[in-house]
Design a protein around this ligand. Structure first.
Ligand code: FE2
Length: 278
């Protein structure tokens, strides 16, 4: 018997800036890390004013988790300390396992136009926090898509939905990451493992989940009360749906380092300051 989840809580993101002054909305903030374990952060950025994004994110480190960047619109150049380089364009995804340590930059490669997308931080389990760093860019055309009988277009970035598998699958946290486009009047259902924490973030229009309407630029945390979710859209809507298996391990964060203990944070700072990141 399929039980569809309801909305536990609506969250309005916090407007902030990061990097060299990029304006963004922090949707998943530190105080939601425990509730939305294994996810640590979700930033939404979207602007057609170059002053809001042009400075980008110059060289900065990460250790202990994964970053997933999904570009809806725009071009961003990525370079890291191991000499890797890539260009993220509209519709593409970069999946990076920072593991033991990466120093990289993320710089817009456009002087005008719209820059819009998301960066999600996914925690690594204790035993994998010091794994070898890894990343992969997936162009727009590599992201599997399907269209439901009601005309709902679903882009499957990670995990699987209605039998369609995404470009990324991760064993321990089992992330599900969908970009869902609903035409007016459409209804959509996908499974979500009952044990997994899940949320949606609406970026166009509004959708209803059971009796709750989730408006544009709002996150709806889904209650852990079912093994799937049903979405309705009265008019056109777009949203991302994210779910994952909780790690239930201690979370100690200091900026771009997320470890299990304070001692490991001190070690991360020491390693970074002494050039021991790759
Ligand atoms: Fe970064």
């Amino acid at each position: 018997m399929i039980q569809s989840r309801s909305v536990e809580r609506l969250i309005e993101g916090v407007n902030t800036s990061d990097g060299a002054g990029v304006k963004l909305t922090r949707v998943l903030t530190g105080k939601l890390q425990r509730r939305l374990d294994p996810f640590l952060m979700l930033d939404a950025f979207g602007s057609d004013d170059p002053d809001d994004y042009i400075a980008g994110f110059p060289d900065h480190p990460h250790r202990g988790f994964e970053t997933v960047t999904y570009m809806l619109s725009g071009r961003m150049r990525h370079r890291d300390s191991s000499g890797h380089e890539g260009l993220l364009e509209s519709g593409s995804v970069q999946w990076m396992v920072a593991g033991s340590g990466v120093v990289h930059s993320e710089i817009p490669e456009q002087k005008d136009g719209v820059m819009e997308g998301f960066q999600l931080w996914l925690n690594l389990p204790k035993d994998h926090k010091m794994a070898k760093p890894w990343y992969q860019d997936y162009p727009n055309t590599a992201i599997p898509e399907y269209v439901s009988s009601e005309g709902v277009k679903v882009r499957v970035i990670a995990g699987s939905s209605n039998g369609v598998f995404g470009v990324v699958s991760r064993e321990i946290t089992e992330p599900l990451y969908l970009d869902i486009h609903l035409p007016a009047g459409a209804c959509f259902y996908t499974d979500i493992a009952a044990t997994h924490n899940a949320f949606i973030y609406v970026y166009r229009g509004a959708v209803s989940v059971a009796d709750t309407q989730v408006d544009s630029r709002r996150m709806g945390i889904l209650k852990n009360d079912g093994d799937g979710v049903t979405l309705h859209a009265a008019s056109q809507a777009r949203l991302i749906l994210i779910a994952g298996k909780p790690l239930a391990e201690p979370i100690v964060q200091y900026g771009p380092f997320v470890m299990n203990t304070q001692q490991e944070i001190h070690q991360a700072l020491d390693d970074f300051r002494n050039g021991r990141f790759s």
